[in-house]
Design a protein around this ligand. Structure first.
Ligand code: 5GP
Ligand code: MN
Length: 322
């Protein structure tokens, strides 16, 4: 396992970086990748941020987001591939084909299910967001953190902590966030873009999703379903399902909230959230997914009803063991 200092030396020594974000990119993977990309370019290095999936509209305000490259557009040779916020290498999606071309893999992540798949691994499960880790890294690299970089890192932290509400939030999370505000991040502006601006279709989708709410007889597991039909009829995109799962977990007495979403290619994407007891990353790992103890995900190649039965059974088992 490498320290931020070890990675700082590596970044100073090497050149030619591809920075990989994960599928269905969130604020942490995007903000962290953009901050690292901006910083490496400040140091005169060649660095490109790469994506497999489209950039969600709510993150288009992030400085540098217009330069994120679809992996298919990347040409030329890059020596180093940096994965940010990826619990395992498959999280980069189709960009895995591009990742296969680099000589060195650097893994910067905070998921407990991360097995340390890189040649260089900076995995800190205590970090509330990878944004905190990138901040430490940039400090070790003695990068002059610009307002643009601060905005990216602040966004990574505020989104991955659910605005400093989740269990992962610690004293240093606030300390780093305060420092980023001092360096030019604007909390109200980030919040307005990331949390307070939604499309009309996403509000309609939320309505459809809430109509599907069901609970187990003991009231400890609650789930919501988003069918292909609901997505098509509301006109909402896959990215606009983010946050809907919180309505399931927030019901009094519920320990585990689940969201099942039909993907376009006949699979079912599952999001899992728990309150205090169940380590949902273990349940997700059982289905080849992963994540954090309180927030995890997996994908099942099964029809919706079967996927739902399987996951709910596994969650009830985990609850019984907890
Ligand atoms: P979400 O439900 O928001 O998609 O994901 C919740 C958390 O679990 C995030 O931290 C995400 O990175 C992680 N996660 C989601 N799906 C997967 C997966 O298929 N594999 C792994 N390793 N982690 C996942
Ligand atoms: Mn994260």
């Amino acid at each position: 396992m490498e320290s931020p200092k070890d990675l700082a030396e590596l970044f100073q020594r090497e050149n030619g970086f591809l920075i990989f974000t994960h599928v269905q990119p969130d604020g942490d993977t995007l903000g962290s990748a953009l901050a690292l990309g901006l910083s490496l370019r400040l140091l005169g290095k060649k660095a490109v941020v790469v994506r497999s999936d489209p950039l969600p509209e709510i993150y288009q305000f992030l400085p540098g987001s217009g330069e994120i490259a679809d992996w298919r557009q990347v040409e030329g040779d890059f020596r180093v591939g940096v994965l940010v916020d990826c619990g395992d290498p498959t999280r980069v999606g189709e960009a895995a084909k591009l990742l296969a071309r680099v000589a060195l893999v650097v893994n910067i992540d905070h998921h407990g299910t991360n097995a340390g798949f890189g040649q260089y691994n900076y995995v800190d499960v205590q970090a509330a967001a990878v944004g905190e880790q990138i901040y430490e890294l940039l400090r070790s690299m003695e990068v002059d953190i610009s307002p643009a970089i601060a905005t990216c890192l602040y966004t990574a932290i505020v989104t991955d902590t659910g605005s400093f509400r989740y269990e992962s939030t610690r004293e240093s999370t606030f300390r780093v966030a305060a420092e980023l505000v001092r360096l030019g991040a604007k909390p109200a502006q980030v919040a307005e873009n990331a949390f307070e601006t939604r499309s009309l279709s996403s509000a309609r989708l939320l309505g459809r999703a809430l109509e599907t709410l069901e609970l187990t007889p003991d009231g400890k597991v609650a789930w919501l379903v988003i069918s292909r039909a609901a997505l098509e009829e509301t006109g909402a995109s896959d990215e606009e399902t983010e946050g809907i799962i919180n309505y399931a977990r927030a019901i009094r007495g519920v320990e585990v909230g689940l969201l099942f979403r039909e993907t376009g290619d006949g699979k079912v994407r599952v999001s899992l959230r728990s309150r205090h007891q169940v380590d949902v990353s273990r349940v997700a790992s059982h289905f080849d997914g992963g994540g954090h103890p309180r927030a995890a995900g997996c994908t099942l190649s099964l029809p919706l009803n079967e996927a739902r039965e399987k996951v709910i059974t596994a969650v009830r088992g985990a609850l019984a063991d907890s």
